[in-house]
Design a protein around this ligand. Structure first.
Ligand code: GUN
Length: 310
């Protein structure tokens, strides 16, 4: 297999998914005289968050979704943020609400997530959506695990019975990913910072999902030959240029790409792997929210696009 055939290209999968979503937003406009709409709230000026939010807003615009960004100062009070969300909750022209994480330390993420109307929670982080996901019946599934599952189901003919190992137990990725893989009939192991001898687990993985936030932690020694490896990490590193004249910023994942490429059957690159899929899934969730909020039968068509429900 050539190197190119080993790479799971998230940009291509994202384009494929967006091609299915975009006509549904146009159809919504025809039926309801407005576009599906997404409001993203960003608190402070975390550089990584700024890039993510910009990409979310741009992709929405390109796909017939009205998008708005609310930028709040890093010292905004928790009460003021809650007030913004309450207004959006009541606004029937707002379908999706997303508060970009992380939030500054003086604001409780838990409290903020809880305040978002679950029927507008396009991140799928509200306990109602999170709980429903674990019961196998969720309206909104967190975008990053959803995007990973989309690619996995296209890459693997029969995912049933595969050993899936997840490195990382966050609410955004590790836990919902485990639930989705379980619903897809995989045998699932979650490992984390306190797991003893992580390699012992990862070397049994047919599917390895890595979301730990440690640059290039996973090398070839962690990999079962022929595994499918999904790297969710996005780490910005500063390195000196060869002449030592300036600092160069590079983006790497949690997986040592070049080394693992030699052993794995397939691997997602960073950037260009999971990232574009996260955004495409956000568009999916937003259009879904729009139809749900209009209590429209068309929702069945949308669910048909994302096939794990079947
Ligand atoms: N920060 C990193 N990933 C995400 C995400 O998927 N949603 C939100 N709201 N914040 C994030």
């Amino acid at each position: 297999m050539t190197i190119i055939n080993k790479i799971i290209d998230g940009k291509i999968y994202a384009e494929k998914l967006l091609k299915e979503i975009s006509p549904l937003s146009k159809e919504f406009l025809k039926n309801f005289n407005r576009e599906p709409s997404l409001t993203v709230i960003q608190v402070g000026d975390n550089p990584a968050s700024k890039i993510y939010v910009k990409n979310k807003i741009l992709t929405a615009k390109k796909n017939g979704i009205k998008s708005k960004e609310i930028l709040l100062a890093s010292d905004v009070s928790e009460d003021e943020l809650i007030q913004h969300i309450s207004i959006l909750n009541k606004d029937e022209n707002v379908d999706g609400i997303l508060v970009q994480l992380p939030l500054p330390k003086h604001i409780s993420e838990k409290k903020i997530i809880n305040i978002i109307d679950p029927s507008k929670d396009v991140d799928g982080f509200h306990p109602t959506n999170f709980g429903n996901l674990f019961m196998g019946d969720s309206k909104f599934i967190p975008c990053t695990p959803l995007g990973c599952l989309y690619m996995l189901k296209h890459e693997i003919k029969d995912i049933k019975g595969k050993n899936a190992v997840i490195v990382g137990r966050s609410n955004i990725v590790g836990k919902p990913m485990a639930s989705l893989l379980l619903s897809s009939d995989c045998s699932v192991t979650i490992t984390h910072s306190r797991t003893k001898n992580i390699q012992e687990h990862t070397r049994k993985a047919d599917i390895l999902i890595v979301a730990v936030g440690i640059p290039e932690m996973i090398d070839e020694k962690f990999i079962k030959p022929g595994a499918i490896v999904i790297d969710i990490g996005i780490n910005r590193l500063e390195t000196k240029t060869t002449d030592n004249a300036s600092n160069k910023k590079v983006i790497v994942g949690d997986v040592k790409f070049e080394k693992v490429l030699k052993v794995a059957k397939k691997i997602t690159p960073v950037p260009g792997g999971v990232g574009p899929m996260t955004i495409a899934c956000l568009m999916h969730n937003t259009v879904k929210a729009a139809y749900i909020n209009k209590k429209n039968d068309f929702i069945n068509v949308l669910e048909g696009i994302l096939w794990w429900t079947g």
